[in-house]
Design a protein around this ligand. Structure first.
Ligand SMILES: NC(=O)NCCC[C@H](N)C(=O)O
Length: 306
Protein backbone atom coordinates (compact mmCIF):
# COMPACT_ATOMS: atom_id res chain seq x y z
CA UNK A 1 0.00 0.00 0.00
CA UNK A 2 2.76 2.38 1.13
CA UNK A 3 4.83 1.41 -1.87
CA UNK A 4 2.03 2.06 -4.32
CA UNK A 5 1.38 5.47 -2.77
CA UNK A 6 5.07 6.34 -3.18
CA UNK A 7 4.93 5.20 -6.80
CA UNK A 8 1.87 7.38 -7.35
CA UNK A 9 3.69 10.41 -6.01
CA UNK A 10 6.87 9.67 -7.98
CA UNK A 11 4.97 9.05 -11.19
CA UNK A 12 2.76 12.12 -10.89
CA UNK A 13 3.54 14.67 -13.59
CA UNK A 14 5.49 17.71 -12.35
CA UNK A 15 3.29 20.70 -11.61
CA UNK A 16 4.62 24.03 -10.25
CA UNK A 17 3.21 24.94 -6.83
CA UNK A 18 0.78 27.81 -6.62
CA UNK A 19 1.40 30.74 -4.25
CA UNK A 20 -0.35 29.33 -1.20
CA UNK A 21 1.04 25.79 -1.61
CA UNK A 22 4.57 27.19 -1.79
CA UNK A 23 3.93 29.36 1.28
CA UNK A 24 2.65 26.38 3.25
CA UNK A 25 5.98 24.58 2.69
CA UNK A 26 8.09 27.43 4.06
CA UNK A 27 8.00 27.75 7.83
CA UNK A 28 6.92 31.24 8.88
CA UNK A 29 6.62 32.38 5.28
CA UNK A 30 4.01 34.85 4.16
CA UNK A 31 2.26 34.92 0.84
CA UNK A 32 0.35 37.73 -0.78
CA UNK A 33 -3.15 37.33 -2.08
CA UNK A 34 -4.63 39.55 -4.76
CA UNK A 35 -7.75 41.24 -3.47
CA UNK A 36 -10.08 43.97 -4.61
CA UNK A 37 -10.51 46.65 -1.95
CA UNK A 38 -13.99 48.11 -1.64
CA UNK A 39 -15.81 50.44 0.76
CA UNK A 40 -19.53 49.98 1.46
CA UNK A 41 -21.75 52.91 0.43
CA UNK A 42 -23.15 53.48 3.97
CA UNK A 43 -22.27 57.18 3.77
CA UNK A 44 -22.32 57.62 -0.01
CA UNK A 45 -24.12 60.57 -1.56
CA UNK A 46 -23.53 63.57 -3.80
CA UNK A 47 -22.87 66.27 -1.21
CA UNK A 48 -20.66 68.68 -3.20
CA UNK A 49 -19.49 69.29 -6.76
CA UNK A 50 -15.90 68.48 -7.72
CA UNK A 51 -16.41 67.10 -11.22
CA UNK A 52 -18.93 67.80 -14.03
CA UNK A 53 -20.96 64.63 -13.34
CA UNK A 54 -21.85 65.95 -9.89
CA UNK A 55 -23.35 69.19 -11.22
CA UNK A 56 -27.07 69.39 -10.37
CA UNK A 57 -26.86 66.05 -8.56
CA UNK A 58 -26.50 67.19 -4.95
CA UNK A 59 -28.81 65.02 -2.86
CA UNK A 60 -30.05 63.16 -5.93
CA UNK A 61 -28.36 59.77 -5.64
CA UNK A 62 -31.01 57.21 -4.68
CA UNK A 63 -29.35 55.51 -1.73
CA UNK A 64 -31.26 52.17 -1.61
CA UNK A 65 -30.56 51.78 -5.33
CA UNK A 66 -26.89 52.70 -4.83
CA UNK A 67 -26.65 50.02 -2.15
CA UNK A 68 -28.26 47.41 -4.42
CA UNK A 69 -25.93 48.33 -7.31
CA UNK A 70 -22.85 48.19 -5.09
CA UNK A 71 -23.97 44.85 -3.60
CA UNK A 72 -24.41 43.49 -7.11
CA UNK A 73 -20.93 44.64 -8.20
CA UNK A 74 -19.48 43.15 -5.03
CA UNK A 75 -21.25 39.82 -5.60
CA UNK A 76 -20.15 39.62 -9.25
CA UNK A 77 -16.55 40.39 -8.35
CA UNK A 78 -16.62 37.87 -5.51
CA UNK A 79 -17.45 35.15 -8.03
CA UNK A 80 -14.07 35.77 -9.64
CA UNK A 81 -11.67 37.06 -6.98
CA UNK A 82 -11.05 37.77 -3.29
CA UNK A 83 -12.28 41.02 -1.77
CA UNK A 84 -11.17 43.24 1.11
CA UNK A 85 -13.04 46.09 2.76
CA UNK A 86 -12.18 49.40 4.33
CA UNK A 87 -14.74 50.76 6.82
CA UNK A 88 -16.92 53.59 5.50
CA UNK A 89 -16.77 56.85 7.46
CA UNK A 90 -19.60 59.32 8.12
CA UNK A 91 -19.09 62.64 6.38
CA UNK A 92 -16.91 61.14 3.62
CA UNK A 93 -19.40 60.41 0.81
CA UNK A 94 -16.73 59.72 -1.84
CA UNK A 95 -14.78 57.20 0.24
CA UNK A 96 -16.71 54.48 -1.57
CA UNK A 97 -14.37 55.19 -4.54
CA UNK A 98 -11.43 53.16 -3.26
CA UNK A 99 -9.53 53.53 -6.55
CA UNK A 100 -8.55 56.88 -5.08
CA UNK A 101 -7.14 55.43 -1.85
CA UNK A 102 -3.68 55.27 -3.37
CA UNK A 103 -1.57 53.19 -5.73
CA UNK A 104 -0.43 49.85 -4.31
CA UNK A 105 2.01 47.60 -6.14
CA UNK A 106 3.12 44.47 -4.31
CA UNK A 107 3.66 45.58 -0.70
CA UNK A 108 4.41 49.26 -1.42
CA UNK A 109 1.80 51.98 -1.53
CA UNK A 110 1.58 55.67 -2.24
CA UNK A 111 -1.41 56.99 -0.31
CA UNK A 112 -3.34 59.64 -2.22
CA UNK A 113 -2.77 63.34 -1.67
CA UNK A 114 -6.09 64.67 -2.91
CA UNK A 115 -6.29 67.72 -5.12
CA UNK A 116 -9.95 67.94 -4.15
CA UNK A 117 -9.92 69.42 -0.63
CA UNK A 118 -13.35 67.86 -0.03
CA UNK A 119 -11.65 64.44 -0.13
CA UNK A 120 -8.51 65.12 1.93
CA UNK A 121 -10.03 63.77 5.15
CA UNK A 122 -10.18 60.33 3.48
CA UNK A 123 -6.39 60.13 3.35
CA UNK A 124 -5.84 59.14 6.95
CA UNK A 125 -8.45 56.38 6.87
CA UNK A 126 -6.92 54.87 3.76
CA UNK A 127 -3.42 55.24 5.22
CA UNK A 128 -4.57 53.41 8.39
CA UNK A 129 -5.94 50.56 6.32
CA UNK A 130 -2.69 50.17 4.37
CA UNK A 131 -0.60 50.32 7.54
CA UNK A 132 -2.77 47.77 9.31
CA UNK A 133 -2.32 45.46 6.34
CA UNK A 134 1.45 45.70 6.42
CA UNK A 135 2.01 47.84 3.35
CA UNK A 136 5.10 49.96 3.30
CA UNK A 137 3.85 53.52 2.83
CA UNK A 138 6.15 55.50 0.55
CA UNK A 139 6.92 59.10 1.48
CA UNK A 140 5.12 61.61 -0.73
CA UNK A 141 5.39 65.41 -0.76
CA UNK A 142 2.29 67.24 0.46
CA UNK A 143 2.33 69.75 -2.40
CA UNK A 144 2.16 67.13 -5.19
CA UNK A 145 -1.45 66.18 -5.83
CA UNK A 146 -2.00 62.51 -6.56
CA UNK A 147 -5.34 60.70 -6.61
CA UNK A 148 -4.12 57.12 -6.58
CA UNK A 149 -5.28 54.47 -8.99
CA UNK A 150 -7.77 56.96 -10.40
CA UNK A 151 -4.80 58.50 -12.17
CA UNK A 152 -2.13 55.78 -12.12
CA UNK A 153 -2.77 52.48 -13.85
CA UNK A 154 -0.11 49.77 -14.06
CA UNK A 155 0.00 48.21 -17.50
CA UNK A 156 -0.85 44.52 -17.48
CA UNK A 157 1.73 43.42 -20.01
CA UNK A 158 4.60 45.93 -19.82
CA UNK A 159 6.44 47.10 -16.72
CA UNK A 160 5.07 50.62 -16.77
CA UNK A 161 2.52 52.83 -15.06
CA UNK A 162 0.18 54.99 -17.13
CA UNK A 163 -0.40 58.31 -15.32
CA UNK A 164 -3.08 60.89 -15.98
CA UNK A 165 -2.73 64.59 -15.18
CA UNK A 166 -4.44 67.83 -16.07
CA UNK A 167 -7.35 67.86 -13.63
CA UNK A 168 -6.57 66.11 -10.37
CA UNK A 169 -3.09 64.61 -10.18
CA UNK A 170 0.04 66.65 -10.72
CA UNK A 171 2.14 66.30 -13.85
CA UNK A 172 5.07 65.77 -11.48
CA UNK A 173 3.57 62.61 -10.01
CA UNK A 174 4.96 60.22 -12.69
CA UNK A 175 8.61 61.09 -11.94
CA UNK A 176 8.06 60.29 -8.24
CA UNK A 177 6.13 57.09 -8.96
CA UNK A 178 8.92 55.96 -11.27
CA UNK A 179 11.42 56.15 -8.39
CA UNK A 180 9.12 54.56 -5.82
CA UNK A 181 7.99 51.63 -7.92
CA UNK A 182 11.10 51.28 -10.06
CA UNK A 183 9.25 51.18 -13.36
CA UNK A 184 8.63 53.62 -16.16
CA UNK A 185 5.73 56.02 -15.61
CA UNK A 186 4.16 57.54 -18.72
CA UNK A 187 2.36 60.87 -18.23
CA UNK A 188 -0.80 61.44 -20.28
CA UNK A 189 -2.57 64.82 -20.37
CA UNK A 190 -6.34 64.72 -19.93
CA UNK A 191 -8.17 67.50 -21.74
CA UNK A 192 -11.91 66.84 -21.30
CA UNK A 193 -13.25 67.76 -17.82
CA UNK A 194 -15.77 64.89 -17.95
CA UNK A 195 -12.82 62.50 -17.99
CA UNK A 196 -11.00 64.06 -15.06
CA UNK A 197 -9.29 60.87 -13.84
CA UNK A 198 -7.35 58.54 -16.13
CA UNK A 199 -9.49 55.57 -15.12
CA UNK A 200 -12.61 57.26 -16.54
CA UNK A 201 -11.26 56.97 -20.09
CA UNK A 202 -8.41 54.42 -20.13
CA UNK A 203 -8.32 50.76 -19.16
CA UNK A 204 -5.26 48.54 -19.62
CA UNK A 205 -6.39 44.94 -20.16
CA UNK A 206 -4.46 41.70 -19.95
CA UNK A 207 -2.21 40.53 -22.79
CA UNK A 208 -1.39 44.12 -23.65
CA UNK A 209 -4.82 45.20 -24.84
CA UNK A 210 -5.96 48.73 -24.11
CA UNK A 211 -9.52 50.09 -24.10
CA UNK A 212 -9.61 53.90 -24.16
CA UNK A 213 -11.40 57.01 -25.33
CA UNK A 214 -8.83 58.87 -27.48
CA UNK A 215 -10.63 62.24 -27.42
CA UNK A 216 -10.02 62.57 -23.67
CA UNK A 217 -6.27 63.08 -24.34
CA UNK A 218 -4.17 65.75 -25.99
CA UNK A 219 -2.46 64.88 -29.25
CA UNK A 220 0.98 64.24 -27.76
CA UNK A 221 -0.53 61.78 -25.28
CA UNK A 222 -2.46 59.98 -28.03
CA UNK A 223 0.80 59.66 -29.98
CA UNK A 224 2.51 58.26 -26.90
CA UNK A 225 -0.22 55.66 -26.40
CA UNK A 226 -0.02 54.64 -30.04
CA UNK A 227 3.76 54.36 -29.81
CA UNK A 228 3.61 52.06 -26.79
CA UNK A 229 0.66 49.83 -27.62
CA UNK A 230 0.50 47.89 -30.91
CA UNK A 231 -2.27 49.25 -33.15
CA UNK A 232 -4.04 45.88 -33.27
CA UNK A 233 -4.36 45.87 -29.47
CA UNK A 234 -6.02 49.28 -29.20
CA UNK A 235 -9.75 49.25 -28.52
CA UNK A 236 -10.84 52.87 -29.03
CA UNK A 237 -14.35 53.47 -27.71
CA UNK A 238 -16.79 56.07 -29.01
CA UNK A 239 -18.27 58.94 -27.03
CA UNK A 240 -21.50 57.13 -26.06
CA UNK A 241 -19.61 54.22 -24.46
CA UNK A 242 -17.16 56.63 -22.84
CA UNK A 243 -20.04 58.66 -21.35
CA UNK A 244 -21.52 55.42 -20.02
CA UNK A 245 -18.21 54.78 -18.18
CA UNK A 246 -17.37 51.71 -20.28
CA UNK A 247 -13.64 52.46 -19.86
CA UNK A 248 -14.10 52.64 -16.09
CA UNK A 249 -13.85 48.88 -16.02
CA UNK A 250 -12.29 46.20 -13.85
CA UNK A 251 -10.83 43.20 -15.65
CA UNK A 252 -10.34 39.95 -13.81
CA UNK A 253 -9.36 36.86 -15.76
CA UNK A 254 -10.70 38.26 -19.05
CA UNK A 255 -14.05 39.29 -17.58
CA UNK A 256 -14.54 43.04 -17.89
CA UNK A 257 -16.94 44.48 -15.30
CA UNK A 258 -18.49 47.80 -16.28
CA UNK A 259 -21.56 50.00 -15.90
CA UNK A 260 -22.69 49.61 -19.50
CA UNK A 261 -21.44 48.38 -22.87
CA UNK A 262 -22.80 48.90 -26.38
CA UNK A 263 -23.29 45.79 -28.57
CA UNK A 264 -20.45 47.03 -30.80
CA UNK A 265 -17.99 47.34 -27.93
CA UNK A 266 -19.08 43.99 -26.51
CA UNK A 267 -18.31 42.37 -29.88
CA UNK A 268 -14.89 44.03 -30.09
CA UNK A 269 -14.04 42.91 -26.57
CA UNK A 270 -15.19 39.40 -27.44
CA UNK A 271 -12.99 39.32 -30.54
CA UNK A 272 -10.07 40.27 -28.27
CA UNK A 273 -10.88 37.40 -25.89
CA UNK A 274 -12.79 39.34 -23.20
CA UNK A 275 -16.32 39.03 -21.86
CA UNK A 276 -18.13 42.24 -20.92
CA UNK A 277 -20.05 41.89 -17.64
CA UNK A 278 -22.50 44.74 -17.15
CA UNK A 279 -23.26 45.76 -13.55
CA UNK A 280 -25.35 48.96 -13.69
CA UNK A 281 -24.05 51.74 -11.43
CA UNK A 282 -26.22 54.74 -12.35
CA UNK A 283 -26.24 56.17 -8.80
CA UNK A 284 -22.45 56.25 -8.61
CA UNK A 285 -22.20 57.84 -12.06
CA UNK A 286 -23.97 60.85 -10.49
CA UNK A 287 -20.81 61.28 -8.40
CA UNK A 288 -18.55 60.67 -11.42
CA UNK A 289 -17.51 57.09 -10.73
CA UNK A 290 -18.19 53.61 -12.10
CA UNK A 291 -16.97 50.04 -11.55
CA UNK A 292 -13.24 50.77 -11.60
CA UNK A 293 -13.55 53.74 -9.24
CA UNK A 294 -15.32 51.52 -6.71
CA UNK A 295 -12.38 49.11 -6.55
CA UNK A 296 -8.66 49.01 -5.89
CA UNK A 297 -6.38 46.08 -6.65
CA UNK A 298 -4.14 45.27 -3.67
CA UNK A 299 -1.93 42.35 -2.69
CA UNK A 300 -2.55 41.57 0.95
CA UNK A 301 0.04 39.63 2.94
CA UNK A 302 -1.14 36.49 4.67
CA UNK A 303 0.79 34.66 7.35
CA UNK A 304 1.21 30.93 7.03
CA UNK A 305 -1.96 29.06 7.82
CA UNK A 306 -4.24 32.06 7.22
N1 LIG B 1 -12.50 58.20 -11.13
C1 LIG B 1 -12.26 57.66 -9.95
O1 LIG B 1 -11.23 57.00 -9.82
N2 LIG B 1 -13.05 57.90 -8.90
C2 LIG B 1 -14.28 58.56 -8.87
C3 LIG B 1 -14.24 59.71 -7.90
C4 LIG B 1 -15.53 60.45 -7.82
C5 LIG B 1 -15.51 61.59 -6.82
N3 LIG B 1 -16.77 62.23 -6.75
C6 LIG B 1 -14.45 62.60 -7.22
O2 LIG B 1 -14.75 63.49 -8.00
O3 LIG B 1 -13.33 62.53 -6.71
Amino acid sequence: MKLSLEREILDAPFRPLDESEAAALLPGAVSAQRRILMCAPDHFGVDYVINPWMENQIGRAALPQARAQWDNLRARLAETTHLAFVAPTAGLPDMVFTANAGLAIDDAVVVSRFHAKERRAEERFFRDWFERHDFSVAPWPDHVAFEGAGDALPDRAQRLIWCGHGWRSSEYAPALLEKIFDREAVGLRLVDPRFYHLDTCFCPLSDGWLMYYPEAFDEASRDRIEALVPKEKLIAVGEADARAFACNAVEIDKRVFMNDCSPGLRARLKAAGFTAVVTPLSEFLKAGGGAKCLTLEVHVKRSRGE
